[in-house]
Design a protein around this ligand. Sequence first.
Ligand code: ZN
Length: 243
Amino acid sequence: MTQRYFKAEGLVLRTRILGEADRVVTLLTWEEGKLEAVARGARKTKSKLAAGVDIFSYGRFTLYRGKTWPVITGQDSIEHFPWFRENPEKYHYGLYMAELIDRLVSGEEPCTEICRLLLDGWRLLGEDTDRAMLCRAFELKLAAAAGYYPHLHSCANCGSETTEVFSPRQGGLLCCRCQGAEVIKVDPGTVALARRLIEAPLSQTGLIHPSARQREELARLTAAFLAYHLDLGEIKSRRLLSE
Ligand SMILES: [Zn+2]
């Protein structure tokens, strides 16, 4: 029998208004994956729940399985990310990370790796870091966590170690014999950069100092790779990022 009350620890990805006083909150939780829940009265100024169900909240939620949506009955805050209130640029990056995950994760199944990635990403945005590189590392790691690992060691088609271009459709590098249409020219330095961003912990992205050309190529490569494989549609907050 399913328990009617349950607890879940998670991060608020998004909220939207529901009727006069309520909010629908999209949570990414360690235990239950992504879920939508109603916070009754959360739009009222006296609501105890209001602050705890805002975007960028991280807390322990008590929920009740209602007829349609789970209902949030309580929240204990675990961690705050004050920089999102203080700095519009950080806010937009944090929002972009949340929106990407909201689009990518669909079901209610545990997604520990993605929870960890978002928590690390939001924490690192509080530091004085290279936000564009942090974002690229986040995108590549998120794609890998969703099962899309770009093929960056040899030609994705024939295995040749001399590669020329990146093909979003083939999901990796191609050599001069295998390359077809719609490929992106990439410098070996950019390939090494992408590999390092996927393999190194997110916290180490600030130690990498790529050239302007590598940054530009990497941005094109990741955007095309994500657009092709992850079917994300338009990510509204992407426009707001300063690259
Ligand atoms: Zn080839």
